[in-house]
Write a protein that binds this ligand. Structure first.
Ligand code: ADP
Ligand code: ZN
Length: 295
């Protein structure tokens, strides 16, 4: 199938990545720049696309919370973010307006999930989740072949976790919930708890055992609630390769053989996996979202 030339914007809280292409093996141009004010950042994205070959649509995979409901008056907006200047910004409207093309708009993690489904580790599946463990923790989901939105969009990073204060006296850093998953296990939470960034902690540091404990508790919840056929885990923190075996083993331990699938009982290495697209899942996911705008 010949694909249209489309644009993608991975709109992150710290950086924007914009690309033009048709898929992972055909990226014609790409640029990245820091996320500053909405005016400057959206202006740079628009200027990039104006310089390129004309695209038929643009996909935006954005940090949130955001409004992905096309029937809502605030569709395409970043909504309640604490990021200065970005609350209530009509990101999809401004990009679509200045470029004159349809826009596909979703969360960064739903975008990454779609990219992984088209080109990466979720090909052929219809129900799976994509998690990012980075500056924040978020999850995107495809359920029965459709990206999950529901009321607004899932907020998988904000589930509560059992907190054993004797084992871990860290109070958590989520401004809304304190010791939710993101509050306890995001990159900044690791840095806060141990006094150095995750990338500076050695692989045998107790931080990773604790991190895997929290992530596996969360996976148990997601497995029980959504019954995903696979779980893809990306984001900066998962660059620690020792985390995958720890998380897999603890997930099996915490499920305690209750979910009777051979995939979990004996093939867990192919069940909890890194992104097939590596750290390109975000921007390629944005490209994949562009196609949703023209269908
Ligand atoms: P973002 O979530 O902002 O898109 P990342 O996914 O790169 O970006 O996540 C950044 C977070 O991940 C930071 O808190 C950083 O300390 C942490 N991080 C980045 N690389 C590593 C690493 N190799 N090991 C552990 N933590 C890391
Ligand atoms: Zn929270």
């Amino acid at each position: 199938m010949k694909r249209d030339l489309v644009g993608g914007i991975e709109a992150g809280g710290t950086k924007f990545v914009c690309a033009v292409g048709t898929g992972p093996n055909d990226i014609r141009a790409e640029v990245r720049f820091p996320t500053t004010t909405p005016e400057e950042t959206i202006g740079r994205a628009a200027a990039f696309f104006h310089e390129q070959e004309r695209v038929t649509a643009v996909g935006i995979a954005a940090f949130g919370p955001l409004d992905p409901d096309p029937n809502s008056p605030t569709y395409g907006h970043i909504t309640t973010t604490p990021k200065p200047g970005w609350a209530n910004v009509d990101l999809a409207g401004e990009i679509g307006g200045t470029l004159g093309v349809p826009v596909g708009f979703d969360t960064d993690v739903n975008g990454a999930a779609l990219g992984e489904w088209q080109w990466g580790a979720a090909q052929g599946l219809d129900t799976f989740i994509y998690l990012t463990i980075g500056t924040g923790i978020g999850g995107g989901a495809m359920v029965n072949g459709r990206l999950l939105h529901g009321l607004i969009h899932p907020e998988m990073g904000h589930i509560p976790l059992p907190h054993d204060w004797e084992r871990d006296s860290y109070h958590g850093r989520c401004p809304y919930h304190g010791d939710c998953l993101e509050g306890m296990a995001s990159g900044p939470a690791i840095e806060d708890r141990w006094g150095v960034k995750g990338q500076a902690l050695p692989p045998d540091h107790p931080a990773w055992e604790l991190e895997a404990h929290y992530l596996a508790l969360a996976l148990r919840t997601f497995i029980c609630a959504l019954s995903p056929q696979r779980i893809i885990m990306g984001g900066g923190v998962m660059a620690q390769p020792q985390l995958f075996p720890l998380v897999r083993a603890k997930t099996q331990e915490y499920l305690n053989q209750y979910v009777q699938s051979p995939v979990i009982l004996t093939q867990i290495t192919s069940y909890i996996v890194p992104p097939g697209l590596g750290n390109r899942a975000g921007v390629l996911g944005a490209l994949a979202l562009a196609e949703t705008a023209v269908q």
